[in-house]
Design a protein around this ligand. Sequence first.
Ligand SMILES: Cc1ncc(COP(=O)(O)O)c(C=O)c1O
Ligand SMILES: Nc1c(O)cccc1C(=O)C[C@H](N)C(=O)O
Length: 417
Amino acid sequence: MAAEKQLDEMDSLARFKKEFYQTENQIYMDGNSLGLMSKRAEAKLLEVVESWKIHGIDGWTEGKDPWFTMAENLSARIAPLVGAKPHEVMVTGSITSNIHQMLSTIFQPSGDRFAIMVDELNFPSDIYAVESHLRLRGLDPATAMKKVRSRDGFTLELQDIIDELTDEVAIIMLPSVLYRSGQLLPIREIAEAAHEKGILVGFDLAHSIGALPHELHDCGVDFAVWCHYKYMNSGPGGTGGLYIHERHHDLLPGNAGWFGSDKAKQFDMDHSFSKAEGAGAYQIGTPNIFSMAPLLGSIEIFEEAGIEAVREKSLQLTSMLRELIAQKIPALKDVTPVEDAGRGGHIALAHEEAARICKALKEAGVVPDFRAPNIIRLAPVALYTSYSDVEKVVERLKAIMDNEVYKNFSNDRNVVA
Ligand SMILES: Cc1ncc(COP(=O)(O)O)c(C=O)c1O
Ligand SMILES: Nc1c(O)cccc1C(=O)C[C@H](N)C(=O)O
């Protein structure tokens, strides 16, 4: 029996594959951008729609998953995935809105400590959020937003990050996993180095939550933000999440709203704000219930599968993928760090024809994504990818490269992927 078939037979997570909707003969490698829909996510969404139909306004407090406490209940279940205490996590907002909330709450610039450190490879929305936040505080991003430079255009060196932790830096905010290269940064080392210099630390977990375990509380990370629409499979625009270390819980939210109230007092309608205890205080307005409901289904899958097992299989899948590519398609330059501890859930391949290779892959029944200027991302998501799928992806990619099939397409990007 072929090696990949044997691995599939021994795969303890294989049973979850059939829980996801997948187009026949298509191999989905884009769960790092938008995860697939599971039957459980769909069922929960329909259940919550039904509760609106049946209960009307009383759906806030009645039914199986009352809306008034849905976010709080979900947060306690998400907390283990980020290595936090339940009251340090809140399912709310989006990555970008949560960055604004965290900065407006935690960032206290003083005369000589006024800068926010980011990196030059970060996702644009995070950069826009930091820049606009600095402007709101009357600071000039040209001097108050520092960027860690990349030596190779794909990854960051720990030493370069540490070297940038200078006296004027108040906060460093970095991705856990870089969205293009898939590099996983050493969260603990960065947090320790920053704290030694009195600098607060925030992480964007967009590309790591649901792909690998975290230890935010133990690492002493001050805040984090993430989405649930990638590896957590909660659907497009699914409600995001934030973590704030309990040592900051006395801080008033920078952007307050009535859903940050103590729940017992919220409907007293008092004009004086009674802050919720814990991360719940950093919610703002009415939660988007239908955007949160699918997470009730998808979190169950993680509770059953276990994030350690998901990570173990993910590492095997990404190793197998990159080894086969190195053997069979040397023209593609693998830019993801080699060590297991240095990568997230996807592999990034650089090639000057990347945009049209992605188009050819889609036509051949593989869904990758392209990120400008020259990156093909392939995410073999552990919950719905088999070892045989990986083998087929490499075969199809090899045929595209060997026969120059990509030349049938234009080398410009599509709108999204
Ligand atoms: C690292 C990172 N930050 C931010 C975003 C976007 O954030 P939002 O959920 O606010 O659209 C993404 C993906 O879209 C991302 O990959
Ligand atoms: N958030 C997205 C969206 O609203 C539309 C399309 C794609 C996305 C993404 O998540 C892109 C993703 N963060 C990336 O790494 O490219």
